[in-house]
Write a protein that binds this ligand. Structure first.
Ligand code: A3P
Length: 295
């Protein structure tokens, strides 16, 4: 594992002005040759917004609620992460080669880096957005435990970087707004983490409708049950615990950390919150997007 350890905590690399985890930046070239298949479905999110949760929901839908089938492999193998690359682990593109149709694909890319073919072929997208304050806190803990990221520094340092868009994948503000705008011209189902927390069954019904799919009510109830935070936290095929600790160290912070809306209140100081609110008002001015910061 020496090789892996040596390659930890590298600085972000800028691709077309967007900062990315250095390994992911290197995967951007090969990703441009990516071939879309009929019925591909893309899960898109800014990091820490509920990607794994909606991925598990979608795989359960695809497997008709069959728990055993969903335990066939870890979530990052069942739902290939397009731009993923890290030492010692199959890349997203490699994982795709062994993924049968109908495929679920995951990305965190902003539109400027998304392979154009996904837009040209009108691939259906399920986008999940989460309020910026909870994302920032979750991202800080994730930077600490997932060592493909640079060192986050203190929470205060990290929050400044987050506000400035100097974290992997760039600006949250730009990401949530540009994907929101895309809903006017592209088949995108735009969901909110907070809505999923409030009423997961209602949001799963929205997903089914968007996919033109239906399932018996007891199957939907089963999906709600097995994609709860409590169940996913203990499911090794959903909680990322199968990755080597050199990549993700769950002793620093569990991937399935708290899974709530409003956790930011236990982390933001009053001063940080005021500063963030002022920045937020400026960045989101004129947007029709609105977020709930607590339930
Ligand atoms: P916290 O760090 O706030 O707990 P992503 O999958 O996009 O990386 O997002 C990870 C965040 O989603 C983490 O947030 C994680 O705990 C939360 N999460 C994962 N599965 C969840 C579930 N079933 N219900 C609620 N939150 C979930």
């Amino acid at each position: 594992m020496e090789l892996i350890q040596d390659s930890f905590r590298q600085p972000l690399k800028y691709v077309k002005g967007v900062p990315l985890i250095s390994y992911f930046a290197e995967a951007m070239g090969p990703l441009q040759n990516f071939q879309v298949w009929p019925n591909d479905l893309l899960i898109s999110t800014y990091p820490k917004s509920g990607t794994t949760w909606v991925s598990e929901i979608l795989d359960m839908i695809y497997q008709g609620g069959d728990l055993e089938k969903c335990r066939r492999a870890p979530i990052f193998m069942r739902v290939p992460f397009l731009e993923f690359s890290a030492p010692g682990i199959p890349s997203g593109i490699e994982t795709l080669k062994n993924t049968p149709a109908p495929r679920l694909l995951k990305t965190h890319l902003p539109l400027s880096l998304l392979p154009q073919v996904l837009l040209d072929q009108k691939v259906k997208v399920i986008y999940v957005a989460r309020n910026a304050k909870d994302v920032a806190v979750s991202y800080y803990h994730f930077y600490n435990m997932a060592k493909v990221h640079p060192d986050p520094g203190t929470w205060d340092d990290f929050l400044e970087k987050f506000m400035a868009g100097e974290v992997s994948y760039g600006s949250w503000f730009q990401h949530v707004q540009e994907w929101w705008e895309l809903t006017h011209t592209h088949p995108v189902l735009y969901l909110f983490y907070e809505d999923m927390k409030e009423d997961p069954k209602r949001e799963i019904q929205k997903i089914l409708e968007f996919m033109g799919h239906s399932l018996p009510e007891e199957t939907v109830d089963r999906i709600v049950q097995y994609t709860s935070f409590k169940e996913m936290k203990k499911n090794p095929m959903a909680n990322y615990s199968t990755l080597p600790t050199e990549i993700m160290d769950h002793n620093i912070s569990a991937f399935m950390r708290k899974g709530i809306a409003g956790d930011w209140k236990s982390t933001f100081t009053v001063a940080q919150n005021e500063r963030f609110d002022a920045h937020y008002a400026e960045k989101m001015a004129g947007s029709s997007l609105s977020f709930r910061f607590q339930l």
